[in-house]
Design a binder for this molecule. Sequence first.
Ligand code: LRH
Length: 499
Amino acid sequence: ADTTLHAAVDLGASSGRVVLGRIGPDTLEFREAARFPNGVINLPDGLHWNLVGLYEHALNGLAAAVRQAKPEGGLASVAVDSWAVDYGLLASPSHLASKAHGAAAPKQGDDAGSMTLLGTPFHYRDSRTGSGVEAVHATADFAELYRRNGLQFLPFNTLYQLAAEPLLAQAQKLLLVPDLLGYWLTGQMLTEATNASTTGLLDVRTTSSGAPEWDTDLMETLGLSRALFTEVAAPGATLGWTREELTPLLGQRLPVTLVGSHDTASAIVGTPLSTPDAAYISCGTWGLVGLELDEPVVTDASREANFTNEGGVDGRIRFLTNVMGTWLLSETLRTWERQSGKPQDLPALLEAAAEVPNYAVAVFDVQDERFVAPGDMPARIAELCAEQEIPAPETKPEIVRSIVESIAAGFAAALTDAARLAGRSIDVVHMVGGGSLNTLLCQATADRSGYPVVAGPVEATAIGNLLIQARTAGTLNGSLEDLRELIIRTNNPETYRPR
Ligand code: LRH
């Protein structure tokens, strides 16, 4: 009946995918058109992303989605989301020439449609951000920043990265990762609002207003030029059409629309929050634990508990905190792989971990800073346990079980904080994303928090991306609650009761 097809490009820290979805008032069907790996690239000057490679994978995935959609009526739109805070810097050839020669260069080819990416964008886990934190806090301390931007302290928030950015002086424009891919697809530059809220440069008082705006005073204080940034645009806006030059590959020109381009914003759209008191955990590399609110909470208590007020779709506030997610587990497996030269079997390890007796489980602080950078996690866990004078887990199943229980303990503490800080009670917790497949983690979270945990959908982010595209196309309408109603009707979740 009245359905449309859309393609969601969803880039996560460990993999990216292009998901083809058919959406209608009674229809929510989707399948993967492409999946490709992503990860940390270690270069002599630090940790980076291969964004050009991701763009190529996304293009090929979109081409596959176009082919698959053709006999079914064709694609109505596409949209990109990714992890937050990271960016690419751009400049036009003539701008670079004038920087190099100290003189104004000819204007040819100087339009915003043909800017060059400067350098290889950094990964937020790169350690250069440490010096950026010091530099920023020397000018504006964290309490002042929090009052203005409402963001939790994460050493890699964009504003800290920029204070340690070697190419800033050359740059004309900054685009966050999904907006950079959008630029490469369309030649058009915009900054999507939900992801802009993770830069630390958006005025938190405007986040829930429907027209989020940069904090230009803060930019000035930090020595950042307003001209470096584009206009902010809310989800639902149209970025543009794919460039003519891409048509030989894509087969046609496609409209590119803006959704919650911060993956977590799309994930929360795609979470079937079932009661007004429902909380969520969007669990992938990170566990984003919190509540959806109408207004930000920017109190001393929320600052001290490091709760963030990120911008959601439709001016909602994502009141949450970053807890360690599956990163600790995947880095642990990578370490064992390196050490043994053999691939590690996660399902088998989780099964063995479930049998580990309680006395062999160590609950340690997963928020410890030393877990942020890639590396030998089992060694760091042993070190931390020794410091805390708790017996360290020894066998692989003991280590895996201890990691899962420690993450769950982190989730439970964050849920308690969220309820206290927002002055609300919680009656159910929705676990979405890749972590929702981990039955041990879901059960441990229920046990440690005392709340029932409803698991799924796994692909909440792609679903949230697709739903906002369909609403923009006019196929769906209504509030986020109306959109979630469709997920509730078509999803069959597993519930874990606290024991
Ligand atoms: C999750 C996420 C999270 C951010 C982090 C950088 O993918 O977007 O919301 O804090 O990556």
